[in-house]
Write a protein that binds this ligand. Structure first.
Ligand code: HEC
Length: 176
């Protein structure tokens, strides 16, 4: 192949590229790619109280997940909580209260911790169900809570961490 022929091939390739580029520019100029003003379908994000109530209902019951929950994995999940909580007996509070013996204890169980009104006003217990809801979306279960943690969306992870909390007690509460 002589160099003249090589030049011809190079030129052909360059022209092909140029044509493709021009076609692209021309295409954009001719067809104005207009985006629709509205979404074709609306995705519910659960902002209104109505949809969040619906969502709370759709949270799967915790019992079957607890039955196969793994507290050892729960301890790993608890790493997310370690920034603000301790779980061992007699350990100090951090940003959040110590969580020793939390399962079936009353909400706001540590007398010497300054809880938010959101938790103080709940005269309930940390049942498995309540823990499940709170750890799913803390601010949905207790609007105005000081726990700025986003929540655990994975059902089994939540069950695992609850199983871990259950073990951190003088006499662990029976599983449901
Ligand atoms: C950014 C800090 C932070 C993280 C992370 C965090 N928490 Fe909390 N948590 C708090 C605070 C603060 C409170 C007290 C909330 C209030 O008074 O409203 C609290 C309260 C709680 C309570 C209620 C305690 C009681 O005595 O009634 C439980 C249960 C709990 N957290 C579990 C967890 C678990 C489990 C995790 C990890 C999956 C976690 N938290 C992650 C800060 C945190």
């Amino acid at each position: 192949m002589d160099s003249f022929e090589l030049n011809k091939i190079t030129a052909a390739v360059l022209i092909a590229l140029l044509v493709a580029m021009l076609a692209c520019l021309l295409g954009d100029a001719v067809v104005d790619p207009q985006k629709p003003l509205k979404n074709a379908y609306v995705v519910e994000v659960g902002e209104s109280s109505q949809s969040s109530a619906a969502e709370e209902k759709s949270l799967a019951p915790i019992e079957p997940m607890l039955a196969k929950a793994d507290p050892v994995n729960g301890e790993k999940v608890f790493k997310k909580c370690l920034a603000c909580h301790t779980a061992g007996k007699g350990e100090p509070h951090k940003t959040g209260p110590n969580l020793w013996g939390i399962v079936m204890n009353h909400i706001g169980h540590e007398a010497d911790f300054a809880y938010s009104e959101a938790l103080k006003s709940k005269k309930e217990q940390w049942t498995y169900e309540n823990l499940n809801k709170f750890l799913h979306k803390p601010r949905e279960f207790a609007p105005g809570t000081k726990m700025t943690f986003i929540g655990i969306s994975n059902d089994q992870e939540r069950a695992d961490v609850i199983a871990f909390l259950r073990k951190n007690a003088d006499s662990p509460v029976p599983l449901p």
